[in-house]
Design a protein. Sequence first.
Length: 331
Amino acid sequence: MRQHFAPTLGRLAAAAALAIAATAPAHAEDKFVYMTNWYAQAEHGGFYQAVAQGIYKKYGLDVTIKMGGPQVNITQMMAAGQADCIMGSSDIQMMQVREGGVPVVNVAAFFQKDPQVLIAHDDVKKFEDLKGKTILIGSQANRGYWPWLKAKFGFTDEQTRPYTFNIQPFVADKNVAQQGYLTSEPYAIQKAGVKATVLMFSDHGFPSYATTVTCMDKTVKERAKQVAAFVKASAEGWKSYLADPAPANALIKKDNPNMTDDQLAYSVAKLKEMGMVTGGDAQTQGIGVITDARTKASYDFLVSAKLLDPAKVDIAKTYTTEFVKDAKVLP
């Protein structure tokens, strides 16, 4: 009798446990922190959209977006455990970070083109017209696009002056050109009533990706499921943002009250017009895609410009395609 009764109790307990499990949520959402490279703006729209529209939640993530800024070393903060992954300005930049001893890996690139541009007055029609003109560039340019421009168009260090993130020197002098970001400085210059020509490096073969999702090696290994979910959900966020940016824009303005509706609208229009997110390989392989060929082009450029030591950085360790390959969110 006793032997027969025990399993019945066991079965009842199991049935009760199943009933409880059926009414409980599938699983608690995993916390995940992504840190951007600047104050909130349209260039971060897809990530904010995935928060606003519950897309991260759909994939089992509770995502916090932390803002970067001019005084914030986001790589250092990630290395100290304050973020799971960060937004690299470019894959090139993150390869150099790896050479500096921080084991980072690019897992997605949401801008298929680098938004870096040179802005000139409207007498300039092409890069070649800038020979002999003064070009204002930031110090970081020397470890990024400037050696590429010199090799490609024959510019010289003598024609550069420091860029102070102020458009007034450009506005005041027709012989001056300056660096900028496709979605930012051209808008400010247009508002100032100055006619300008915007020249994009990526239209002339500059290989760099931008707006990366970059994580520590350890995170990719230990939180692969969460990283995969973040990449897929972010790709869906970008697709949704370009269709209707309003939900994300409300969050962007909350994080960055200085952001205006006009600036957001301008930036979104440029992202669409230039195919920043949906162009190139993203059209057929999905939003956020990284390819072996493009990564090799970035790596080869850095090595040829003596901006990276191949003895110190193995290209295979700088990126992985495993997450974007499986995400495949087509525009």
